[in-house]
Design a protein around this ligand. Sequence first.
Ligand code: XMP
Length: 511
Amino acid sequence: MKKELITILDLGGQNSHLVARCVREQSVYCEVLPYDVPIEKIIMGNPKGIIVSGGAHSINSFEALKASPEIFGLNVPILGIGYGMHWMVKHFGGKIETSSRKESIQSSLHLNSPTKPIFSQIENPTPVHISHSDQIVEMPKEFITLAHTDECAHAVIANESKKFYGLQFNPEFKQTEQGKELLRNFLFAVCGLSGDWQLTDYIEETIKGIKEKVGSKKVICALSGGVDSSVAATLVHKAVGNQLVCVFVDHGLMRKDEPEQVVEAFQKQLGMNLIAVDAKERFLNKLAGIKDAERKRKIIGEEFIRVFEEEKNKLGDIDYLVQGTIYPDIIESGTKTAQTIKSHHNVGGLPEDIDFELLEPVRLLFKDEVRRLGEKLGLPHDLLWRQPFPGPGLGVRVLEEITKEKLSLLKDADAIVREEIKKAGMEHEIWQAFAVLPPIRSVGMKDEARTYAYAVIIRAVMSEDAMTAEWAKLPYELLDTMATRIISEVDGINRVAYDITGKPPGTIEWE
Ligand code: XMP
């Protein structure tokens, strides 16, 4: 059955997919199309409403992107957000003024007409996050103002008979506290949708798409046990079964028991065709004597590719490679319209010239959606809620030279840290909690004898996105339990320190 569709036209900026996520959260199917998509493509989808979103430039600037004005003739409700609204206003003869003030601020939205359906359940006033670098100074004919803020006379506008609406602020930002309700009102009260889409529909549609694309060809996946690639591989497996071969390279730098968990989950529980390569010695040999962190990263990345390619060559012709790219990866690398924030290198660091076509079945989803999808696909809870873990793994947490002995000490200490965090019920509120092994030994006492053993550092941080982080204010009792257990259970460690540095000035990892 064809689902009700909302089309989101992306006029640049970073936010269209955030809007898409909010729409999906309301059980409404949506697709994001670039601003210059031909009108026929939009018509083909038969959308029940269109959202025009984004914009990195001012509508008055030379670079201003413009969507096809033919959408105004399609007889469907349209919601312009920020730049999208400015574009609509200009099209209908209104005037936008560009101010020299570029910042966005927190403000209060006052509803001029609180009883309108678009404001159903919205408080008056309600907090919004609003940018006023471009503002309406002359309203287009047939549009009225429905709400304002102290700084902005026309914060919500509408042509109610045509069902065209405009918002000066971003409803998808969490600072706009009732933004989701506003979007919901647009979807249900204005567009008249019923909310007939679920994440399970995404699974079915994606599996169908992969089946059609792949046919009888062969697919390979480098499985690390990370959330995104695991969910991507599981989706592909549901579509093409044993045409998918997963290669799991055990480089010895994963956390305690993780390699066994990966094999258990994917090979035994999900029945995937998994090749587990024991490359522990190989990596250790390559890393012997290397102290520099960047050199270690490079060696681990290169060796990974080498092992992966050897396995691939043994398998013969392979046409597709599964990658667990998710939407934030795309934003960070720059989409067609979004300005690049930073270039992103996928974990595992597969070479760019590799001769495969990519299958990226979760590329339009956000992390929380990927996790929910994974739950529906039956992946283990612990795997789906795994904390972020660097591609080079413990290779960057054993500081300076990596040896078998140091790796073993670190794995045991790290396992205790994570176990205690979990016991304390804090695993979801902490962004990352782990142990670091510096090349430091110190004097201590055990069983009335002198020891000379390694110190370990506990690092636990709170963060939203790893760009900044606060050190976690763990209870003293919890730190005490961790330290006592590490020293008594891990022979070779006699001192524990807790890192109380934020990011900045520190980084989350030590190397
Ligand atoms: P930093 O240490 O830069 O880390 O504050 C930010 C986030 O990135 C993770 N991280 C890495 N991830 N390869 C990765 O895939 C790496 O080389 C790497 N170094 C750091 C880190 O765990 C944190 O979540």
